[in-house]
Design a protein around this ligand. Structure first.
Ligand code: NAD
Ligand code: AKB
Length: 328
């Protein structure tokens, strides 16, 4: 029987991961925590505690009280917000992870930490980006993610903490809005397409990035944490991918459902510059070989599902579009 604590549970990923964990392990077995209180319905009921993940003492007490044997550490400052406030990104991303790993070491917890395509930089081959390649990012977010991968490796080798993680590409979902990343356009575009029929994009029309639909991202996190440890050679930093998108290719797919949808461009130089250092296409063969990763959703299936759900949300007035870390 697993007992799990989730940090940053009120964000884009937590809104999907917490209900999925609760369905698999039981509602009371999953303690959701965040520095802000999310909407009640977002996490589907079950225990919640306000918690700053950089506060190691509070995190330790919460872990002991909940008798947790695994921590899913989602709390982070994403790339675009991180470029606005690099100090905050460093403090939360490094301080939070260090606190989580120290608590995990003393309480014998397993740890899942998402890494990101943000670990790659201008010197990395972009198409494809193989598993073991140059990781010299140009953003504070990327720097904390590379350092985070190394820190997780260190705690595993030195203290035998069962640390695991994946490098997510941009994640697309309905439900909670995205938290201030370079890939947020691929979520925003759907909300605007369904509500207004038009979207002004902050990346260029042909700027291609690697992407994934949230149900696959959630499956990856849960499956990796259940995988046979003896087979995990790249335990803290598996490349995983599902699809490759540019604003113009996603627009073409959306128009199959909403033929009148229009897009124009008002390019944000900061996010465009970041995107041009990130992979166009990841090579995820290590994840496929070592723990059986494979995505369910391609571009067509993801687009159809997003539009169906957002159309229903707009009709019943429940769509959430407010980005809690909006960078504009
Ligand atoms: P998000 O910004 O939507 O959510 C992060 C959550 O962390 C927020 O609810 C925020 O309130 C919380 N938080 C911030 N500071 C905190 C603190 N000091 N203590 C506790 N909570 C704090 O991010 P997300 O999209 O849900 O990302 C989850 C993880 O996945 C992050 O590690 C992120 O780097 C990674 N990731 C996300 C994407 C993506 O496209 N969403 C892609 C790659 C990797
Ligand atoms: C961001 O754009 O910062 C995130 C990520 C890819 O890590 N979505």
């Amino acid at each position: 029987m697993k007992r799990i604590l989730v940090t940053g549970a009120g964000g884009q990923m937590g809104a999907w991961l917490v209900p999925a964990l609760r369905e698999r392990y039981g509602s009371g077995a999953v303690m959701a925590t965040d520095i802000r209180t999310p909407d009640d319905e977002l996490l589907g009921g079950g225990p919640f505690q306000l918690l700053d993940c950089t506060d190691q003492s509070a995190l330790g007490h919460a872990t002991i009280r909940h008798n947790a044997d695994a921590i899913y550490h989602l709390a982070a400052i994403l790339s675009a917000v991180g470029e606005k406030d690099p100090r905050l990104a460093y403090d939360v991303n490094m301080g939070g992870l260090h606190a989580v790993l120290e608590v995990a070491r003393s309480q014998q917890c397993a740890v899942f930490t998402p890494s990101s395509i943000g670990v790659f930089g201008a010197e990395t081959p972009r198409d494809p980006t193989v598993q073991d390649t140059i990781t010299r990012p140009t953003t504070m977010y990327g720097i904390t993610k590379v350092a985070g991968e190394l820190l997780c490796d260190y705690y595993h080798k030195r203290y035998d903490v069962d640390t695991r993680g994946v490098r997510y590409p941009g994640l697309i979902s309905y439900g909670a809005p995205p938290g201030g990343g370079t890939t947020d356009w691929a979520v925003d575009i759907f909300h605007h397409a369904v509500r207004e029929g038009s979207y002004t994009c902050f990346l260029g029309a042909d700027t291609q990035l690697d992407m994934m639909y949230m149900p696959d991202a959630i499956w990856a996190a849960m499956e990796l944490m259940e995988a046979d440890p003896a087979k995990l050679l790249h335990r803290n930093a598996f490349n995983i991918t599902a699809m490759q998108l540019s604003p113009e290719s996603l627009t073409a797919e959306i128009r199959k459902h909403l033929p009148d949808f229009t897009i124009d461009y008002d390019i944000d130089p900061v996010r465009e510059a970041i995107a041009r250092t990130w992979p166009k296409r990841l090579d995820d063969s290590a994840a496929r070989e070592e723990w059986g990763w494979q995505p369910d959703y391609d571009l067509a299936a993801m687009t159809a599902d997003m539009i169906e759900h957002l159309t229903a949300e707009v009709a019943d007035g429940s769509d959430r579009t407010e980005n809690h870390n909006a960078t504009e």
